[in-house]
Unconditional design. Structure first.
Length: 563
């Protein structure tokens, strides 16, 4: 295909960098990185790659980014690849290093914004793999508001052990099984060796796949992109197509602000709910909405949850992996069903330049005989699984993931820990018993700092067979792989004087998913007396990234953003 010629107004940002005699130094620098005379007349496309060998989620993204570069170039643009960071939740989970996980979302957003704005790129293709990549990329694209497409690196294939499909969550739960004496060290090692067979993000409806699905529903990625396997040919084709698509967006003047509307965010919540997605979707969608200047609140998750059922039988609560969903057609046929049911707004614009309804008109339905996506007459759960709780323990809200298997009511005695490490030590030692409510506090956005995910404690509890007999509450958050009776994002957090700070061992805590309440069973007078005695903890970090983050970060109920 011949390169297209673009008028100056198609280079709304790059023209200021390369046009005119005074920009000769800029052109000289660009010639050294491969620009020719003709390239200076083309719109420049920044390809934001999160490639690294830090994690299998991102180890392949470099080749996807290079394919996207080809797509943009053949469509008449001049693509420039640049990198930003990624950390690994799966590797850092349960360690002090995990405090940097949510921080990385802000760093990714800031770094993409910085490079694109500095270099004068006219459009952007952003690639994400591990959990925080997706919202970090979308926050940057929303801030920049230049024609943009997001590409998800794709899901990993399941591992196999003794004829059974396994994944990273299987390893975390195996730790609990080993601590209880249910499996041998040899079996634990066998599971460890087989769980991660190659490239791609964690394979269930965990945070990466949840956020990729949400972004597809929002219209910021190409149709059915969220459910493709990382190592597939179709993922390479999609990456090439994204490069071409961003050129079309530039031609038509379509920007993220035209796509990331309130209706689009509500579509994202609908799809996350139907898929049984991660609680992190609440945090990240709120943050993305803030960046896009869109009004979104915790109440919107409740409103959607009351009318949208859980239809997907996907891990961690269900049986299947994202690769299984990809094999029967992916997320798009589910979206077509939701649209037909009147649960999605089909008029929302997408990165194809068409509306969501137009995109879905071309989608083939699922095969007749499949058990992964249920019908509306036979849902996994009649209402949404993301339940926003409020009460005297969480005046500004908390997020529960109620699949239906845990029950809707839990009341028990608190066992209180001031860090994840303290809790893990006691859980592994067998000190947590049926009927306990495990309280892990001072792990919020400011108090942690960084709002660590409590995957290790929740998985160990599940591995010990206590998933239905123990609740866990925290001002931290949960991995998309966490399941059981778990409540996170408790706001205000303990560090700033939230009620979680005054809970003592033996206090009775009642969680009622029907009433959407979380209550500390104490009198107002006793609560007031304890607050009078409470003193805020000293900051855990005084310098560096975590110290800066703790000073800037807002509450979880507003997305835990630093902007």
């Amino acid at each position: 295909m011949c390169a297209k010629s673009f008028k100056r107004d198609k280079r709304l940002f790059s023209a200021a960098v390369v046009e005119g005699v005074e920009r000769a130094p800029s052109r000289a620098m660009l010639r050294a990185v491969g620009f020719s005379d003709s390239d200076f007349k083309k719109p420049q496309i920044g390809i934001a790659s999160t490639w690294s060998m830090v994690t299998p989620c991102n180890m392949h993204i470099d080749r996807l980014a290079r394919e996207s570069e080809k797509g943009a170039n053949v469509a008449g643009g001049k693509a420039v690849i640049f990198n930003t960071i990624s950390i690994s939740d799966g590797i850092s989970m349960g360690t002090e290093g995990m405090k940097y996980s949510l921080v990385s979302r802000e760093v990714i957003a800031d770094s993409i914004e910085t490079v694109v704005a500095c270099e004068g790129f006219d459009g952007v293709v952003a690639f994400g793999g591990c959990d925080k990549n997706m919202p970090g990329c979308l926050m940057a694209l929303a801030r920049l508001d230049r024609p943009s497409v997001f590409v998800y690196g794709g899901t990993i294939l399941p591992g196999s052990y003794c004829g059974k499909d396994i994944d990273i969550i299987s390893v975390f739960e195996a730790v609990g099984q080993f601590s209880k004496g249910e499996i041998s060290s040899r079996e634990l090692t066998g599971i460890e060796r087989a769980a991660i067979p190659g490239e791609g993000s964690c394979g269930g409806m965990y945070t990466a796949n949840t956020m990729a699905s949400a972004i597809e529903a929002m219209g910021m990625s190409l149709p059915n992109s969220s459910s493709r396997v990382a190592c597939s040919k179709s993922k390479m084709e999609e990456s090439h197509g994204a490069g071409r698509a961003v050129i079309k967006l530039i031609e038509r003047g379509i920007k993220p602000s035209d796509i990331m509307t309130r209706a689009a965010f509500l579509n994202a919540i609908v799809v996350v709910t139907a898929l049984g997605g991660s609680t992190n979707a609440v945090l990240h969608l709120l943050a993305m909405a803030k960046a896009a200047k869109v009004r979104l609140s915790l109440a919107d998750f409740t409103t959607v949850g009351k009318k949208v059922p859980v239809l997907a039988d996907l891990k961690p609560s269900g049986r299947y992996a994202m690769a299984d969903l990809a094999a029967i057609g992916g997320v798009a046929p589910l979206m077509a069903r939701l649209l037909k049911q009147g649960l999605l707004n089909g008029d929302c614009l997408t990165v194809t330049g068409d509306t969501l309804k137009q995109n879905l008109a071309r989608v083939k339905p699922y095969p007749r005989k499949q058990e992964i996506i249920r019908s509306f007459s036979r849902p996994i759960k009649k209402e949404g699984h993301l339940v926003i709780l409020k009460g005297n323990l969480a005046p500004d809200g908390a997020v529960a993931k109620i699949s239906g298997k845990e029950g809707l009511l839990f009341s028990g005695k608190a066992v209180v820990f001031n860090s994840e490490e303290q809790a893990m030590k006691k859980i592994l030692a067998g000190s947590v018993k049926a009927g306990h409510v495990v309280v892990i506090r001072y792990e919020g956005p400011q108090g942690g700092p960084g709002m660590r995910e409590m995957l290790a404690p929740t998985s160990t509890i599940m591995g010990q067979g206590l998933g239905q007999d123990v609740a866990l509450i925290t001002d931290g958050r949960f991995s998309g792989g966490s399941h059981g009776f778990v409540i996170g994002h408790i706001t205000p957090e303990a560090c700033v004087g939230g009620p979680l700070a005054i809970v003592k061992n033996g206090d009775v805590i009642t969680i009622d998913a029907k009433k959407r309440s979380i209550m500390l069973e104490l009198s107002k007078a006793e609560i007031k007396r304890r607050f009078a005695q409470w003193k805020p903890p000293r900051p855990r970090y005084k310098t560096g990234v975590l110290a800066k983050y703790a000073k800037l970060v807002g509450p979880a109920s507003e997305g835990a953003i630093t902007d």
